[in-house]
Design a protein around this ligand. Structure first.
Ligand code: UT7
Length: 326
C-alpha cells in the first residue's frame, strides 16, 4: 500500500522589529507609493540579533510543543535557506541539536525562493518510502544579513522570517499529492550573490565592492517569474484534472503582488482564494509559503485542495499539490 506524506503541524517565527516603507524613504531614494504599487509591500520584519537557526529553533519548538511530541522522535530535519548560519556545518544540524532532536539527521537545501517547495518534496519522499515517520521541513531566512540597505533595487523587497512544517504518514488520502519542480541555471546572471563562494572567496576587495549582497535585475526576473509560476500551476492543475473551482487556496511565494495576481488570474482563481501576506512581511525567501500556511491556518479545512507555487533564483520554480490534512 502506498504511503502519502501529510503536513500535520505548522510553526513560525517572525522578529518583532518592523521596517516600514517610510523607514526606507529615509535610507534610499524611494517612496511608499512606488513600493506599494510595484510590489504590494508595506512593511517587513527584521531580526536585529541572532541568526537563521534562532528563528528555525523557535518555529520547530512551536511544533514540538503544540504536538506534544518527544523531539527525539524527529528523524530528519531539512532547512531550506539562502542565509545559513555558516557555510558549514549545516544550519539543520544546529537546529536539531538545539531542539533535542538527538536521533535526527539533517541537511540544508539551497534553491533560493523555491527552497521550501524543494525541501517539502524531498521530505515527503522519505515519508513515502516508509523509512521515516517524522520529518521537519523548515524555511528560514535572515535576508537582512545579505541585503544592501543602500540599494533601492533590492532593499525594499526582502524581510526576515521562518516557517516550519511537520511531515508524517497520512492516515487517509489527504497529503502531498503531486509536484512539478524545475531549474534553469542560465538564470544565474539575473539573481545571485557574486562573492563568498568558492568561485570568488571573501576578500577585502569583495567586501569593498558590496559583493556579498543580493544582486538582482528586477525586470528579467519579473518576466520569468510571472510566466513560469502561472505555467507550472496550470501544468499541475492539468495533471490532476483540477479546475479553478476545485482549488480552495493558491499559496504563492510572496515576491511581488503583481506576479501573484497574474498567476491567480491565469488559473481562474479569485483573489479571495489567494493567500497573501507580502504587505506585512515582504519577501522572506524560503519562509513565504509556510508563513502563508501559518497565517491562514484557521481558514483551512481538511481535504482542501491547495496549490503551493514559487519561482526563485537559479532559476528554480515549481508547484506542489496538497490536500490539506489538519
Ligand atoms: O523572489 C525571488 C524572485 N524575485 C522576484 O520575483 C522579483 C521580480 N521582480 C520584481 O518584483 C520587480 O521587477 C521589482 C519590484 C524588483 C521592480 O519593479 P519593476 O516594475 O520591474 O521596476 P523596474 O526595475 O523596471 O524599474 C522601474 C523604475 C526604474 O526607473 P527608470 O529607469 O524607469 O527611471 C527604477 O530605477 O523604477 C525605479 N526603481 C525604483 N523607484 C523607487 C527601482 N527601484 C525603486 C525603488 N523606489 N525602490
Amino acid at each position: 500500500m502506498s504511503i502519502t506524506a501529510a503536513i500535520t503541524a505548522i510553526g513560525h517565527y517572525l522578529p518583532e522589529d518592523r521596517l516600514t516603507n517610510q523607514d526606507l524613504e529615509k535610507l534610499v531614494d524611494t517612496d511608499d507609493v512606488w513600493i506599494r504599487e510595484r510590489t504590494g509591500i508595506v512593511e517587513r520584519r527584521l531580526m536585529k540579533d541572532g541568526a537563521t537557526s534562532d528563528m528555525a529553533i523557535h518555529a520547530a519548538n512551536e511544533i514540538v510543543e503544540n504536538m506534544g511530541i518527544d523531539p527525539s522522535e524527529i528523524e530528519l530535519v531539512i532547512i531550506a535557506t539562502v542565509t545559513p548560519d555558516h557555510v558549514f556545518p549545516a544550519t539543520a544540524n544546529i537546529v536539531a541539536a538545539a531542539i533535542g532532536a538527538d536521533r535526527a539527521w539533517g541537511f540544508d537545501l539551497e534553491a533560493a525562493c523555491s527552497g521550501f517547495l524543494y525541501a517539502l518534496t524531498v521530505g515527503a519522499k522519505f515519508i513515502e518510502a516508509g523509512t521515516h515517520k517524522k520529518v521537519l521541513v523548515i524555511g528560514s531566512d535572515k535576508m537582512s544579513s545579505i541585503v544592501d540597505y543602500t540599494d533601492r533595487n533590492t532593499c525594499v523587497l526582502f524581510g526576515d522570517g521562518c516557517g516550519a512544517v511537520l511531515l508524517e504518514p497520512s492516515p487517509d488520502e489527504n497529503g502531498i499529492i503531486d509536484q512539478r519542480l524545475y531549474s534553469d541555471g542560465t538564470g544565474k546572471k539575473h539573481l545571485h550573490m557574486v562573492a563568498g563562494g568558492s568561485r570568488k572567496p571573501a576578500s577585502h576587495e569583495t567586501v569593498d565592492n558590496g559583493e556579498h549582497f543580493v544582486y538582482q535585475e528586477g525586470r528579467p526576473v519579473f518576466k520569468f517569474a510571472v510566466t513560469k509560476m502561472a505555467e507550472v500551476c496550470r501544468e499541475i492543475m492539468q495533471r490532476n484534472s483540477l479546475t479553478g473551482d476545485d482549488i480552495a487556496w493558491l499559496v504563492p511565494h510572496q515576491a511581488n503582488k503583481r506576479i501573484i495576481d497574474y498567476c491567480a488570474n491565469s488559473m481562474n482563481i479569485g483573489s479571495e482564494k489567494v493567500m497573501m501576506n507580502i504587505q506585512r512581511y515582504g519577501n522572506t525567501t524560503t519562509a513565504t509559503i509556510p508563513l502563508c500556511l501559518y497565517d491562514y491556518r484557521e481558514q483551512l479545512n481538511k481535504g482542501d485542495n491547495l496549490i503551493l507555487a514559487s519561482v526563485g533564483g537559479g532559476f528554480t520554480w515549481g508547484a506542489v499539490y496538497v490536500k490539506w490534512s489538519i
